[in-house]
Design a protein around this ligand. Structure first.
Ligand SMILES: *Cc1c(COP(=O)(O)O)cnc(C)c1O
Length: 383
């Protein structure tokens, strides 16, 4: 049975209880690799920290709770979490993935798992019929990332889920950009939800961590087995930091969304701007889907200035002062990035440009500073 609390309470209390030893309200950082046994097998539920650790367990319970799931798993990074999902597959299996994808995910698929005999198809998921066209008897997994990075396309999770159910294919959703504050893929029919908790969940740009959540007991058993057998687990300190970040997820996300909406409007009206990609615009091609599956439009947006090229885009990001030029997103501070040379440099230019990631594109992760200062910074950089 699901926790009856509302989301803004679950971020703080979901799956949490005072520590059993001394009643500590915050889970202690159990910095230990092993646990004393009174007789072989005589322990209190913890034997070895790759398998279980109380701090990580507190985080895993929180992750499950905020994603409306039953079983949560924490990993050493977002990519380690994805790696665990791909290990559910076998040589000969095929995967259909979003074409506008986080660069590191694309690299994991094509540079690691293709060599293990798994085949990937990258398709435009604006319409489920393109997914359907790529399905064959070997298709085992559909991998969705929405909003997409960095083009801010929105994929209809419910529609993809009903297609997957019809063909008995697993559906995994990378929910990093939205966070569960905006959208809960399991509720929309996904089998697995994945996060780079490095981003909005931890929220302070001070930790690398990943997660998976599912409601399916069989899947949970297999993921738990892979988590322990492959061993890509986070340490207790990083688990603690992520758990602390989650406690303010709802108020951070609210401000991220408010600031991004104001910046999107500012850029759209700017005479030097060619295009702004943000799902909150009524003329965004997937605006209606965004409205139906998300509670707000998020803190990420991308834009292209008029007549811009590789060099002029780099000039703008170098001129920004309050926006830090950096990889990553989702922290309290605003970041700017140049996907073509940074996050998406590992995707070949022809493939990248097909989905709109042109050399002139600039991506913003809008933080929670005073939005007037952020707009003033953009004004001086764009000129
Ligand atoms: C950052 C990111 C990842 C990878 O996560 P790490 O924690 O860096 O391993 C995967 N998907 C998306 C959408 C991301 O932004």
């Amino acid at each position: 049975m699901k926790d009856p609390l509302h989301f803004n309470s679950l971020t703080i209390h979901g799956g949490q209880s005072p520590d059993k030893a001394y009643g500590a309200v915050m889970p202690p950082i159990y910095q230990t690799s092993t646990y004393a046994q009174t007789t072989p097998g005589g322990h209190k539920g913890f034997e070895y920290s790759r398998t279980h650790n109380p701090t990580r367990q507190a985080l895993e319970q929180s992750l499950a709770s905020i994603e409306a799931g039953t079983f949560g798993f924490a990993f050493g990074s977002g990519l380690a979490a994805m790696d665990a999902v791909l290990k559910l597959l076998k040589p000969g299996d095929e995967v259909i993935s979003t074409d506008d994808l986080y660069g590191g995910s694309y690299r994991l698929f094509t540079k690691i798992f293709e060599d293990f005999g798994i085949q990937f198809h990258f398709v435009n998921m604006n319409d489920p019929k393109y997914i359907e066209a790529a399905i064959n008897q070997n298709t085992r997994l559909v991998w969705v990332e929405t909003p997409t990075n960095p083009m801010m396309n929105i994929i209809d999770i419910k529609a993809v889920s009903s297609l997957c159910k019809q063909h008995e294919i697993l559906l995994a959703v990378d929910n990093t950009f939205a966070s569960p504050y905006l959208q809960q893929p399991l509720v929309l029919g996904a089998d697995i939800v994945m996060h780079s908790a490095t981003k909005y969940l931890a929220g302070h740009s001070d930790v690398i961590l990943g997660s998976l959540v599912t409601n399916d007991k069989g899947l949970a058993e297999r993921i738990g087995f892979i988590q322990n057998a492959s061993g890509a687990v986070p340490g207790p300190m990083d688990s603690f930091l992520t758990l602390r970040g989650i406690k303010t997820l709802h108020i951070r996300m609210q401000r991220h969304c408010e600031n991004a909406a104001q910046i999107a409007a500012y850029l759209k009206n700017h005479p030097k701007i060619e295009n702004v990609y943000w799902p909150g615009f009524e003329d965004h091609p997937n605006h209606e889907v965004a409205k139906s599956q998300m509670t707000d439009f998020g803190g990420m947006l991308s834009f292209v200035t008029k007549g811009a090229n590789y060099e002029s885009a780099i000039q703008i990001v170098e001129k920004l002062k309050l926006f830090t030029l950096a990889e990553s997103l989702g922290g309290v501070e605003s970041l700017a990035g140049h996907p073509a040379s940074m996050t998406h440099a590992s995707i070949p230019k022809e493939i990248r440009e097909k989905s709109g990631v042109v050399d002139a594109l600039i991506r913003l992760s809008v933080g929670i500073e005073d939005v007037r200062d952020l707009i003033a910074d953009l004004e001086q950089a764009i000129g």
